[in-house]
Design a protein around this ligand. Structure first.
Ligand code: HEC
Ligand code: HEC
Length: 229
C-alpha cells in the first residue's frame, strides 16, 4: 500500500512540473549544460570502465551510480567528497589530484564537472533527510547485521574485498561523508549483484532491507558507526 501511495505521489508531482524538470534539494544544485557536457566526457574517459557507460555499475566490481534512491538522497558535497577523496580500502581512488597533491587524477574543476554529470541522471525528487540522532541498540544492530547484511557486505563491511556487495559500508571514509539522514534514506538500495549483468535496463531495486522497523534500521547504523574502520 505504502509503495503505491509513493508511486502515485511521484506521478502527481511530475505532472505538475515542466517536462524533464527534476525537483532538486537546495544542496543538489544541478550544473549548467556546459558543465554537464564536460562532465560527460570526464565520465566516459575515466569512470565508465568501472561504473558502466550509463552508470549501471559492474557486478562484483563497482556500484550503480544512476540509481534514483542514491541520487535523490546524496548531496553534491557527498558526491564531491566521494569522488575527490575516494574510498580508501576500496578500488575507488581519490580522483582530485590538486587536493591530494598527486600526478594522476582530475583537476578540482573536472571533479565538479563529473559531479554535475552524475546529478544530471537524477529524475526522482530530492528526498528530505531525517537527521535526528540515531536511537539504536548496539546488540540488536550486530544481530541484524550478522544475520542479514554480512552475507553481501562482509563481516567488516568492506564490500567486494570480503563479499559480493559493491559498496563497503564499514569504511570510515564512507561513514564520515554519509550523514545519518543519508544512510536512513539509501537503506534499501541493495541488490543481488549476481543478477546485475542480466538487468538492462535495471528494474526497481529489491525491497529486501525495507522490511525492518525504523528502530532496527537505527540499530544497524549505530553498530556500523561503532565499528567503522
Ligand atoms: C577502478 C574502478 C573505479 C573507477 C575507475 C571509478 N570508480 Fe567510483 N567506485 C568504485 C568502487 C569499487 C566503489 C565502491 C567503493 C566502496 O566500497 O565504497 C566506487 C564508488 C563510487 C561512488 C560512491 C557510490 C555510492 O553509492 O556511495 C561514486 C559517486 C563514484 N564511485 C564515482 C566515480 C567517478 C565520478 C569516477 C570517475 C572520476 C569513478 N567513480 C571511477 C570503483 C571505481
Ligand atoms: C543481496 C546482497 C545484499 C544484502 C543482503 C544487503 N546488501 Fe546492502 N548493498 C548491496 C549492493 C550490491 C549494494 C550496492 C548497490 C548498487 O550498486 O547500487 C548495496 C548498498 C548498500 C548501501 C549503500 C548505499 C549508498 O549508496 O551509500 C547501504 C547503506 C547498504 N547496502 C546497507 C545494507 C544493510 C544495512 C543490509 C542488511 C540489513 C544490507 N545492505 C544487505 C547488496 C546487499
Amino acid at each position: 500500500m505504502r509503495r503505491h501511495a509513493f508511486v502515485l505521489g511521484t506521478v502527481l508531482l511530475a505532472a505538475s512540473l515542466p517536462a524533464g524538470a527534476t525537483e532538486y534539494r537546495p544542496d543538489q544544485a544541478p550544473g549548467t549544460p556546459a558543465t554537464v557536457e564536460a562532465g560527460a566526457k570526464v565520465f566516459a574517459d575515466t569512470c565508465s570502465k568501472c561504473h558502466g557507460t550509463g552508470g549501471e555499475g559492474t557486478a562484483q566490481w563497482a556500484p550503480r551510480l544512476h540509481d534514483q534512491k542514491f541520487l535523490s538522497a546524496a548531496s553534491n558535497a557527498f558526491l564531491e567528497a566521494t569522488v575527490g577523496k575516494g574510498r580508501p580500502g576500496s578500488n575507488m581512488m581519490a580522483w582530485d589530484k590538486e587536493a591530494t597533491h598527486t600526478d594522476i587524477g582530475l583537476t578540482t574543476e573536472q571533479v565538479d564537472q563529473v559531479v554535475a554529470f552524475l546529478r544530471s541522471w537524477q529524475t526522482a525528487p530530492g528526498v528530505a533527510l531525517d537527521e535526528s540522532p540515531l536511537k539504536g541498540d548496539l546488540a540488536k544492530g550486530e544481530q541484524v547485521y550478522t544475520t542479514d547484511c554480512q552475507q553481501c557486505h562482509g563481516p567488516r563491511g568492506s564490500g567486494v574485498a570480503e563479499a559480493k556487495a559493491t559498496i563497503g559500508i564499514g569504511h570510515k571514509a564512507y561513514l564520515t561523508a554519509a550523514t545519518d539522514g543519508y544512510l536512513r534514506a539509501v537503506w534499501g538500495r541493495c541488490i543481488d549483484t549476481r543478477k546485475m549483468e542480466k538487468l538492462a535496463p535495471l528494474p526497481e531495486v529489491s525491497d529486501y532491507p525495507l522490511n525492518y522497523s525504523a528502530a532496527d534500521r537505527d540499530s544497524v547504523l549505530t553498530w556500523l558507526r561503532k565499528n567503522a574502520w
